[in-house]
Write a protein that binds this ligand. Structure first.
Ligand code: ADE
Length: 423
């Protein structure tokens, strides 16, 4: 057997199972597959080292395969302890020869040990999902900074953190906001989070949503996706917001808008997707009904104040089902927290379906290729993905879906490019 790349994974014996699942995901990732085939011929990453901190799922594995086909030397660390699929990690190491540092359920120290291990190879480019790798680079691993030419960020949360770093003059290299492409956030955040969050709630609790009151905190793209899918399943959806425009948007989409303290008393299922902390806190737990279920689908496990929940509870947490912990209050109410307050769609299910990650990761792959050609002309800071990449991913996805669109006539083109025409 060939020597395995550096790794820290749970169980190599799971590699065959992981490979089968990665190949299954690949069937729905035709845009990324086309890119992988081209990369295999053109080898744009020959001699290039990439460190990634991403969810270790079958979809991410296919992104790693595309980059490896292009010649990249890769090190992948997990971006969330609960999202790691141990079989995928095993296949990455044993079947695809990719250095992987990921074990499901690692503690905080293990999580950072894995990020540090990915950085040990002095990468040229970094792929981040939430900004923990870039943050580690700028705080405890500054000796690695000179090798880094740039990177990509996958999430809304990560881009917010990067912009803050940039504003403070702390960011030392160019980071491209892959999250901000239309082909990422309009689809991944809305249809991916929308479907996979409910999928996770079903896998964990097998609850019926029809006729229930579902409270969605946050009405960005993720909140919109979750709300519309819950409505489609017959739930009465209540939206909570702190932004007046987004609240208005929710109201005009037909949802009831309430402050959380009022929603807390009537909700059966609560889903946080705000990107902020303490969205569900003691005063809300005190108001909730017996049997209330709550889950977070925002990036970090800060949206539900678990400390306050633990302090309020007289018993628990008691694991009652898959990723479902019951907390008992003094007055006998059972409050149910899913996936320990971490990203529920990846903690209790498999994250976004492959067909949607196809676009997000096609954006990542093409952006990485673009970065290798352009990094020298980019200043430290946060940069947009070139619009051509976004449009190309949309075009390819439409093509793989067998959908055609119209083209502008010369007269339409001329009309759009002129300002003289009136009514
Ligand atoms: N983020 C959300 N869903 C994901 C998935 N399936 N794979 C990787 N990252 C994700």
């Amino acid at each position: 057997m060939a020597e395995l790349p550096k790794n820290d994974i749970a169980d190599l014996a799971l590699a065959q199972q992981g490979k089968a699942r990665i190949e299954w995901a690949d069937r729905s990732m035709s845009v990324l597959r086309q890119i992988r085939d081209r990369f295999a011929v053109e080898r744009p990453f020959e001699g290039v080292k990439i460190a990634a901190c991403m969810h270790v799922t079958t979809e991410t594995a296919n992104l790693m395969r595309a980059l490896a086909a292009g010649g990249a030397q890769l090190a992948l660390a997990a971006s969330n302890p609960l999202s790691t699929q141990d079989d995928t990690a095993a296949a990455l190491v044993a079947e695809y020869g990719i250095s992987t540092f990921a074990r499901n359920g690692v503690d905080r120290d293990g999580y950072y040990a894995h990020i540090n291990a990915a950085l040990d190879g002095a990468p040229h480019y970094v792929f981040d999902d939430g900004c923990d790798l870039v943050n580690t680079l700028h705080t405890t691993r500054t000796e690695v900074l000179p090798s880094v030419r740039g990177g990509c960020e996958e999430t809304t949360t990560g881009v917010i953190r990067l912009r803050q770093m940039s504003k403070d003059g702390a960011l030392r290299f160019p980071m491209v906001a892959v999250n901000d492409t239309d082909t990422k956030h309009m689809f991944d955040n809305r249809y991916g989070t929308g479907q996979s969050t409910l999928d996770a709630i079903f896998r964990a609790t097998n609850t019926l949503l029809a006729g229930k009151t579902v409270v969605v905190a946050g009405y960005g793209y993720c909140g919109r996706g979750v709300s519309s899918r819950a409505k489609g399943l017959g739930a009465n959806v209540v939206v909570t917001e702190i932004d007046p425009t987004k609240a208005l948007d929710a109201a005009m989409d037909g949802f009831r808008v309430l402050p959380m303290i009022e929603a807390a008393a009537i909700g059966d299922v609560f889903i946080t997707v705000t990107g902020n902390r303490d969205v569900l806190r003691r005063e809300h737990f005190e108001a909730m009904k017996d049997g209330a279920i709550f889950a977070n689908s925002g990036h970090f496990d800060i949206e539900i104040d678990i400390k306050a929940l633990t302090e309020l509870a007289v018993a628990g947490p008691r694991r009652v089902r898959h990723q479902t912990d019951e907390y008992m209050t003094a007055d006998g109410r059972r409050l149910l927290l899913l996936a320990e307050g971490r990203l529920v769609n990846l903690g209790a299910a498999e994250g976004h379906p492959a067909a949607v990650m196809d676009m997000s990761f096609a954006d990542q792959a093409l952006t990485a290729e673009w970065l290798t050609k352009n990094w020298q002309s980019l200043a430290p800071g946060v940069h947009d993905v070139p619009i051509e990449i976004d449009k190309e991913v949309a075009r390819l996805k439409l093509e793989t879906m067998g959908l055609a669109i119209d083209v502008l006539t010369p007269a339409q083109e001329e009309y759009l490019n002129s300002w003289e025409h009136g009514s």
